[in-house]
Design a protein around this ligand. Structure first.
Ligand SMILES: C[S@@+](CC[C@H](N)C(=O)[O-])C[C@H]1O[C@@H](n2cnc3c(N)ncnc32)[C@H](O)[C@@H]1O
Length: 293
């Protein structure tokens, strides 16, 4: 950044051009209420590039789209990475109380009925994992009920569009502030104190998790086996209805029959009636979980 200029207001027409470009690339949809937010984020990137015309910046994004370097940098500033350990407590209570114990029993029975018994497999997907608190919480809840990890083949895929969030997730180091609300039974076992200010996730929690870049806009190109559990929480809210429908259809197609779907509080499944028909609703204290029939 060479020089700072006062921010030029973004016209409605310019806003719509950027909004459409971002939507086309990510499914993230900015309503007009978010115009000031988008304007400030665009300007932030333009200052870095020393470029002070929205039109010139728009052209750069359009031209660069193939390599999408600047588009990725802009998107990093637009996504909301808000998350926390054991977010929506009821989901994790139910996992430990009922879902994991049942799934573990079922899987070990299946594997022992094979001619040559093998390690039982469980596959879980955290669809928009942000900085990693969600997949790490899932792994901790699983460890609480698993017994001997050596008998299991566990895979937790954790994906996100934000490379900086994924890098933080991969590091697995969190501030004291982030960890202070976590119950001590987890902290004592699964967090390593790095001198009072930071904590590192223990290796036994990290071992199963694979962090990977995935733009949900490109989910049709994502070839994957099916999952026992899918966490698609607090990401649908940033998409428009059309993109939400498409995402829900694709995500639920990747869930095994009898598998469980976890959504954010503001993303109830009954708002997708076609898909809701394929699920049983499990109501627990402060949350809802959906089981594929
Ligand atoms: C609010 S966080 C939710 C994190 C976590 N699932 C939770 O509930 O705590 C939303 C995440 O969605 C990701 N995201 C937004 N658009 C995306 C897209 N098109 N593809 C993949 N991830 C996306 C963001 O980068 C962000 O990390």
């Amino acid at each position: 950044m060479l020089q700072s200029y006062p921010m030029t207001p973004l016209s409605l027409k310019e806003f719509e051009k950027f909004r459409d470009l971002i939507y086309q690339h990510t499914s993230l949809f900015f309503t007009e209420k978010k115009k000031a937010f988008l304007e400030s984020k665009l300007w932030q990137r333009m200052e870095v590039l020393d470029l002070f015309s929205y039109e010139a910046y728009y052209q750069l994004l359009k031209e660069e789209k193939a390599s999408s370097k600047e588009l990725s940098a802009l998107i990093e500033t637009l996504v909301i990475p808000e998350t926390s350990f054991f977010r929506i407590r009821g989901h994790f209570l139910e996992l430990e109380r009922s879902i994991f114990p049942k799934l573990l029993t079922q899987r070990s029975q299946e594997s022992w009925s094979l001619p040559l018994p093998q390690k039982s497999q469980i596959r879980i997907w955290s669809v928009a994992c942000s900085t990693g608190e969600e997949p790490y919480s899932i792994a901790m809840s699983l460890l609480e009920v698993l017994g001997d990890p050596a008998l299991w083949n566990i895979e937790i895929l954790a994906t996100d569009i934000s490379n900086s969030a994924l890098a933080k997730a991969q590091r697995g180091i969190y501030s004291k502030d982030k960890v202070k609300k976590v119950e001590s039974r987890y902290v004592d076992k699964y967090f390593k104190d790095l001198g009072g200010k930071e904590y590192q996730i223990a290796d036994e929690v990290r071992q199963w998790i694979r962090f990977q870049y995935l733009n949900l806009k490109d989910l049709d190109k994502f070839h994957s086996a099916s999952y026992d559990l899918i966490f698609c929480r607090n990401v649908l809210i940033y998409f428009d209805r059309k993109a939400q429908d498409l995402l829900m259809e694709r995500v639920t197609n990747l869930l095994l029959p009898g598998g469980y779907l976890f959504l954010g509080d503001a993303e109830p499944l009954h708002t997708f009636p076609q898909i809701a028909r394929q699920f049983e609703f499990i109501e627990i204290e402060d949350a809802m979980i959906y089981r594929k029939k």
